[in-house]
Design a protein around this ligand. Sequence first.
Ligand SMILES: Cc1ncc(C[n+]2csc(CCOP(=O)(O)OP(=O)(O)O)c2C)c(N)n1
Length: 644
Amino acid sequence: MNTSPSTSSLLSRIAGPADVKALAPEQLPQLAQEIRDELIEVTSRNGGHIGPNLGVVELTIALHRVFSTPEDQLVFDVAHQGYVHKLLTGRGGEFFAKLRKTGGASGFLTRSESPHDAFGAGHAGTALSAALGMATARDLRGSQEHVVAVCGDAAFTCGVTLEALNNVVSSTKRLIVILNDNEWSIAKNVGAISGYLNRISTNPTYNKLHHDIEGFFKSFPSGVEMNKVYMKWKRETKDFFVESSLFEKFGLRYLGPVDGHNLDALMKNLEFAKHCDVPVLIHVLTKKGKGLEAALASPEKFHGASPFDPDTGENVRSIPGTPPNYQDVFGAALARFARSNPKVLGITGAMPAGTGLSLLAKELPGQFFDVGIAEEHAVLFAAGLATKDFRPVCAIYSTFLQRAYDQIIHDVCLQNLPVTFCMDRAGLSANDGATHHGLFDLSYLRCVPNAIVMQPKDEDELVDMLHTSLHLPGPGFIRYPRGSGTGAAVKAEPVLLPIGQAEVLRTGTQIIIWALGGMVPEALKLASRLEREEQLSVGVVNARFVKPLDCTLLLSQATVVPLIVTMEDHVLAGGFGSAVLEALQEAQCTTPVERIGWPDTFVEHGNSVDLLRAAHGLAPDEIARKVIARWRGLASVKPTADVR
Ligand SMILES: Cc1ncc(C[n+]2csc(CCOP(=O)(O)OP(=O)(O)O)c2C)c(N)n1
């Protein structure tokens, strides 16, 4: 796989972890530099998580010097910082050059991509639990491999990380946790633990101690008597350990803080941890974006960047005239509604910019809450606020809202509390792949009583839906896709949409297409095409609401047209088309329904939404073929009177 052009480079000669181990220590800084060059080169073209990866170059090299994958298990939290690990485990060259592109390396770690990827991820906070499971499995099986969880500081804002932490000592005596502390989540990290970590790393005793620690490690009798050395160190650094005792209270031995760009210090600490007979946490301080000026200057922008000019940091793909993103339209509308109603609040789980809430944060900080990567808490917190007459808006990507499912059912919907959910990235997140596509929300929400579920056809309707949801007596869920809108102008004043009422955009007598959200423009194109090429009379309905569905309109049409087609950017199982089928079945209407949506599979990453749609039979030609085949296959086709 490794076909890098420059054969004089060290990186081009790394075909796997054994080659990393074979390098002389003095070659490692050069390897680190070459990795940084490669990271910048590829991500500046393809986009990707450049900042986090630049920060873990030395850490990842050190891990591969000290441990031996795939026998030893390295579990990376979120796994967006796994590019360096990929480069060191035989996934460089052409494969890495196509990072996040069709046929190239995934932007995350996946077990299917390499045996060196012990656990797949894309959502935050999973590493510690999964690693603890692996360590426990090792203990039960009686094998000896090492298990290392690499967690960012923001992973410790996740409830699930803290649940795992609470269980470490009762589960195993051998687990290594790396706390990769760069002080940033995507935005600046938040919360009390982040403040605590900051106090440790800026503790004035640290600098004094650092020298002493170095001295201790220098005198290591290569792997033996480690505990004695550690205990001596601990005794002599008592004050420091009082401050750093949080992890010790959970039963983990705390090591650090360690300079995460000092290979020598990293390797010594890892070696030490490897020989410990208690779980160990190594607190590693890294600089997000190290090696790229622009990324150091703007860590948030370069957490996950679109293609950029490495010299200036400017994005290279901003095409003038592109309509604004849905997230920005939402963010502006929310700030506007919050300005006129102080009870309107915005809540994000560590994604102020990605969700569009940055504007609210800037203009009305008192009405904005970043709760960290804590979606369960975000939803419960909103539920609590809603009991006191506030109008909380949880802005959480469709895929991340999955984590808060019990809170949605048990805390919000069961009590019919007026929380609005704005689910960005509903549909495909093409370059990110399976962990990030928002393809399941309709299925998981449609079955929940009291939920009003909707999707706008354009930006203007998004603002109407937000306005409508803020006036509901109970929960409202609005889903919308990643990226730019249709360019529809947003009205000066939003309107309240009648709940459960669809919008007829085009009448027809033979086929009616019920389309949802971003599929509406596609449906209109399909209708024109079927009329032009097949002389079919095709109507189009903008469904607007998935729940409650406009059954009155649906039945009035389905009883007179021979074929209903549904189109959605969602899995077919339990989605919008399923809702249509259920409604017809309930009314004992047997009109056939052709459903267009995503199949029962995890959709991979790829260059673009269009390419992925084509790969899964959802390109416009393919959809037209399916509908025509279904039409022709109908036993008796009787054109009927025009319906509304
Ligand atoms: C459940 C969940 N919510 C939100 C995100 C979006 N997200 C991706 S990375 C990230 C921040 C991670 O910060 P940290 O763990 O400190 O790692 P760093 O990027 O700083 O190395 C967030 C919020 C996610 N991946 N998963």
